[in-house]
Design a protein around this ligand. Structure first.
Ligand SMILES: Nc1ncnc2c1ncn2[C@@H]1O[C@H](COP(=O)(O)OP(=O)(O)OP(=O)(O)O)[C@@H](O)[C@H]1O
Ligand SMILES: [Mg+2]
Length: 226
């Protein structure tokens, strides 16, 4: 077992209006799986991913990570788990423009060096940069990268801490199909080595690369059979 979501509901309060965005999600995410979420814009995909990341609290329902009931934890305890086990690629790309590619990539490591002796692993950083073909770009600034290179930088940055699960919101959002496929191909290889992946994508062809596909439709979830 890895993640278990039990009747997760989420509503957003906008002024006096409350909108129910997730309407009771039940889902198990097993260790080693590769899952994709598809669904229309506004369906609730990013909201669900942010809840899995512990960056957003559900309005009701329970979320377990292994045997830990995350919904019972304090923000501090939850953030400890996130730093240890979870890699995140946000839909809106967040990076530091005045830092070079390599410096951007290693920023997450500064948050975990204090945790249980898991510090800077230069070998892992170099391996990932090699895998995602970024070595030649290490001393550039993000604005000097192509769209694909920037996406790859975001992926490498999400993996430098050695997470057990990658939550990726449109990891190939800005790319053409050929480049997207190449990235998914690499993610599949990493998944085979044991990384659990949950990916949001608009693209059906890319979604099909995952082992399990779920459609999020108006806040409800349904499994699609390939
Ligand atoms: N912080 C917020 N406050 C209020 N409403 C929000 C907030 N974040 C998202 N929403 C609303 O919740 C709904 C679901 O948003 P979400 O970002 O989860 O959709 P999505 O499926 O990821 O869409 P997209 O494919 O366009 O990224 C949308 O109607 C959105 O406007
Ligand atoms: Mg989204």
């Amino acid at each position: 077992m890895f993640f278990r979501l039990i009747d997760i509901k989420k509503s957003y309060q906008g002024g006096s209006q409350k909108t129910l965005v997730l309407k009771g999600i039940n889902l198990d995410i097993n260790e080693g799986s590769f899952i994709s979420f598809v669904g229309a814009s506004g369906a609730g995909k990013s909201t669900l991913l942010l809840i899995l990341a512990g960056l957003l609290r559900p309005t009701s329902g329970e979320l377990y990570f292994d045997s830990k009931k995350l919904t019972r934890l304090s923000d501090k305890e939850w953030s400890f788990i996130r730093k240890q086990y979870i890699g995140i690629i946000f839909q809106k790309k967040i990076f530091i423009p005045h830092l070079k590619v390599y410096e951007n990539i290693i920023t997450p490591l500064s948050f975990i060096t204090d945790l249980s002796g898991r510090g800077f692993d230069d070998g892992r950083v170099e391996d990932l940069m090699e895998t995602f073909d970024l070595k030649a770009h290490r001393n550039k600034y993000p604005e000097e990268l192509s769209g694909g290179e920037l996406q790859r930088m975001m992926i490498v940055r999400s993996l430098v801490t050695g997470p057990k699960i990658l939550l990726a919101d449109e990891p190939t959002g800005d790319l053409d199909l050929e480049n997207s496929k190449e990235i998914i191909h690499i993610l599949k290889k990493i998944n085979k080595k044991g990384l659990t992946i949950v990916m949001v994508t608009h693209n059906k062809e890319l979604a099909l690369q995952a082992r399990n596909i779920y459609r999020i439709d108006k806040g409800e979830i349904a499994k699609l059979i390939k």
